[in-house]
Design a protein around this ligand. Structure first.
Ligand code: ZN
Ligand code: ZN
Length: 410
């Protein structure tokens, strides 16, 4: 369990390093009703640091489950106008968004995958304008996480709930560097290291990255023209830096969606809508998946890949060393915020316009010309084994070693 002081430090990190809320700004906290205590602590900190107004957008995963089980598909696909208006309000008021991600990873177990897919498609479509506002950094946003009983029970199924939650708090406390003397300073130093690596990779301007390991991954990922490697801190369109994911360990950029070739094998399970996909491989040719297999969750993988044309290609390549605190913990969190920061990963689907130069000023055609992928999906999956090697290949064919045996060597 964290001390009260550590909890306050956590809330402060969320507001100041994460969303980097500015004095006089409106704040929206999006979280499940079971995280209300931490949400209130964040609200308190936000006001303490000068928020104009803090608003809560409550979610209720148990009600969501009941609705999916009982309502028909058409009803599930109806997106009420007030939800759209609410998101538009957030854009108009340039709020900073704080999300607490602590869902029960199994909440949709047994729900009709067809309903889930239809619902997620309808909501992605209706909320495309809002996703654009966050993915292009028009709004500053951050995601943090706290343990909940249902989640902790999934992560530590052999422990009684109390102990499971306790163990998770300890893990998250360490991962969030709350056990250091000065968490803010620890985060600033961590961010500086990641930014140095990102700057180095951007300067190298590799044509593609070559990833290979003993599990069978042998993949060439071409990089988008004029790509930028990003780490930890990003810049909002208003020039104010923020840290979108806390924790974050990754340095990432955009693949070229027509220049990906070879095979990749997953390193950790992928949880999509509460369904696990594991022991899977994808084979790419000229940027698209042309063949795939999965020992677990084949149907879920199939419906993911068939979501739209862009779901067959990649929108992100992210590098994370095996000695990061999340990887070291050895815990499988069943939550992307942690698991994607435990291991090198790729994402099927949409790429971030911020990962190419002047990306936010480019039209869709121009983005496409640079090799940026377009999709309603963005689904990360982990590929970084302890033995993964990664080389950067320059346009004139020079090879530069970036990772050896799962760890950075730059
Ligand atoms: Zn990522
Ligand atoms: Zn991602």
């Amino acid at each position: 369990m964290l001390t009260q002081k550590q909890m306050e430090n956590f809330a402060e990190l969320t507001v100041r390093i994460g969303a980097n809320m500015q004095k006089g700004q409106e704040v929206v906290i999006r979280c499940d009703v079971n995280c209300a205590d931490f949400a209130h602590l964040i609200a308190e900190k936000a006001y303490q640091f000068g928020a104009k107004k803090v608003m809560m957008q409550w979610r209720d995963e148990i009600l969501s489950r009941l609705t999916i089980l009982n309502a028909d598909k058409e009803t599930l696909c109806e997106i009420p106008q007030y939800s759209i208006d609410q998101s538009q309000y957030y854009i108009d008021h340039k709020v900073c968004l704080i999300s607490i991600s602590a869902g029960n990873p199994n909440i949709f177990k047994g729900c009709d995958p067809d309903k889930l897919a239809a619902m997620s498609k309808a909501s992605s479509k209706a909320m495309a304008f809002f996703r654009k506002a966050t993915m292009s950094n028009y709004l500053r946003w951050t995601i943090v996480s706290v343990p909940t009983p249902a989640w902790a029970n999934q992560v530590f199924p052999d422990l009684p709930t109390d102990q499971a939650i306790d163990k998770m708090w300890n893990a998250i406390g360490h991962i969030m560097r709350l056990d250091t003397e000065d968490p803010t300073a620890a985060w600033q130093q961590h961010i500086a290291t990641l930014k140095r690596r990102a700057a180095y990779l951007t300067e190298q301007n590799f044509e593609y990255m070559h990833l290979y390991n003993a599990a069978g991954t042998d993949l060439s990922v071409g990089l988008a023209t004029d790509h930028i490697w990003i780490a930890a801190e990003e810049e909002g369109q208003d020039g104010v830096p923020f840290t979108a994911n806390m924790p974050t360990e990754e340095v990432f950029t955009a693949p070229h969606c027509r220049k990906i070739n070879g095979k990749v094998v997953n390193a950790l399970p992928l949880v999509e809508n509460g369904n696990v996909i594991d022991n899977f491989s994808l084979t790419f040719k000229d940027g698209k998946v042309i063949d795939y297999s999965a020992e677990t969750g084949y149907d879920t993988l199939k419906s993911l890949l068939e979501s739209d044309e862009g779901a067959l290609s990649l929108g992100e390549i992210a590098l994370i060393g095996k000695n990061s605190p999340i990887a070291e913990s050895g815990i499988l969190f069943f939550n992307t915020l942690f698991d994607e920061n435990a291991s090198c990963h790729l994402a099927l689907g949409q790429s971030y316009p911020t990962t190419v130069k002047d990306g936010n000023d480019l039209t869709e055609d121009q983005l496409n010309e640079r090799g940026m992928n377009k999709s309603m999906k963005h689904v990360d999956f982990m590929i970084g084994t302890k033995d993964i090697n990664i080389d950067g290949i320059t346009y004139d064919g020079k090879k530069v070693a970036i990772f050896r045996d799962g760890e950075w060597i730059i």
